[in-house]
Ligand binder design. Structure first.
Ligand SMILES: *Cc1c(COP(=O)(O)O)cnc(C)c1O
Length: 377
């Protein structure tokens, strides 16, 4: 049978779907933001395994591009990242859980301390160990999710000399910066500016990707982009940087259904003519949400096959979905061909919009059944 093919070639043939992650585009996106912010530092947010793209490959690519400060959500993510990047500054955004300070210290991780009990526990730990370990202080400037209230922050400014550690960053997070012109963003800026004045020796950070794009006032000493690095548009309806992700699925069968037939579970969509259907080996278990499916009442997503846009037909199954390829020339699509769900002109944000969600949720839901190919880096 088929002798002499490489393991890579073989894996490619066997792959039901392919997720291509362009590390050169990712690095270029980081450099673009870094240039944009001038003298501020450009960090990188790599929580949830770099928004699902794989921290083992993404973090070194960002480090090589010049990023030195990284943000993860969980302690376990920080411990993993420390093994990958021994020299990086790593902040853990979800802060300090009771009794976990020794693990932070062992991996040289910095918690983002968002409450007075967390600050007290970190300070007590530093006093007991006789070390001054850096940590961020997270301020709540209007999101009401994490962070010290304004009053607690003012009290901290007055009692700071009692702390057994030196804060390394004053940070807050913007709730509405993805909505252009939302007045809540300016209000948060005003509150943050007023609070960090009281800690003049500590670097400050307010901006996510959207904040970074909003303007220089938001940059402070360090910006914390995530989604912009991964090719999502930070501001609704706005531009993205370079696309980083491409998602393709294999055509496993091409069939014909007569006019008026139901396609897929529930027969939710009926053919309006004799229809050629390409069945793809990709489904909602792979991050292609059921909400991108198509029905008689409502069209769904599309796939690019042989350079043409072909609409989905019927519901998305766990491992399969169907595409109407009637408009393609005879012989243009065959078993084993690839169809593109994200990429080739379909942006991540356009795909997310059809799914009724945001790029972040798409990326972090892509799952682990794809053959992952990393370009560059
Ligand atoms: C996730 C996160 C970011 C990055 O946000 P993007 O919108 O992806 O740029 C920045 N800061 C905090 C606190 C976050 O939780």
């Amino acid at each position: 049978m088929m002798h002499g093919i490489s393991p890579e070639e073989s894996a490619l043939r066997e792959a039901p779907s392919i997720l291509t992650i362009d590390l050169s585009a990712l690095a270029e996106n980081w450099r673009t933001l870094s240039r944009k912010i001038g003298r501020s530092e450009c960090a990188a947010v790599v929580k949830a395994s770099a928004y699902g793209l794989g921290i083992e490959r993404v973090a070194p690519a960002l480090w090589n591009a010049g990023a030195e400060t990284f943000f993860v959500a969980h302690l376990s993510e920080g411990v993993r990242l420390r093994e990958i990047l021994p020299q990086a500054v790593i902040y853990v955004l979800n802060g300090l859980l009771p009794g976990t300070a020794p693990t932070f210290a062992r991996s040289q991780l910095r918690p983002a301390l968002g409450s007075t009990p967390e600050i007290a526990e970190w300070s007590d730990f530093c006093a007991a160990e006789k070390v001054d370990l850096p940590a961020a202080i997270h301020l709540d400037t209007g999101m009401h999710r994490l962070g010290l209230s304004v009053d607690e922050t003012l009290r901290l400014a007055d009692t700071r000399r009692l702390l057994a550690f030196t804060p390394s960053l004053m940070m807050s997070h913007l709730a509405c910066a993805d909505e252009k012109g939302n007045p809540a963003t300016e209000r948060q800026l005003a509150v943050f500016t007023d609070l960090v004045r009281r800690f003049p020796d500590v670097p400050a950070s307010l901006a996510n990707s959207a904040g970074t794009m909003t303007g220089q006032d938001y940059h402070f000493d360090l910006v914390r982009p995530g989604i912009a690095l991964y090719g999502g548009a930070p501001i609704g309806g706005g531009q993205a940087l370079n696309p980083v992700v491409k998602l393709q699925a294999r055509v496993i069968q091409v069939l014909t259904a007569e006019r008026g037939e139901g396609v897929g579970y529930g027969g939710a969509e009926h053919t309006r003519r004799e229809t050629r259907i390409a069945t793809l080996s990709l489904g909602y278990a792979d991050g292609v949400f059921r909400s991108v499916g198509s029905s008689d009442a409502r069209p769904g997503a599309a796939a690019i096959i042989a350079g043409r846009r072909c609409p989905l037909i019927g519901r998305v199954s766990m491992d399969l979905m169907s595409v109407d390829v009637t408009e393609l020339p005879e012989g243009a699509v065959e078993r084993g061909d690839l169809a593109t769900l994200i990429g080739d002109g379909i942006t991540l944000d356009a795909f997310a919009a059809v799914a009724g969600t945001i790029s972040y949720e798409i990326l972090t839901s892509l799952g682990h059944r794809h053959l992952r190919r990393y370009l560059g880096g």
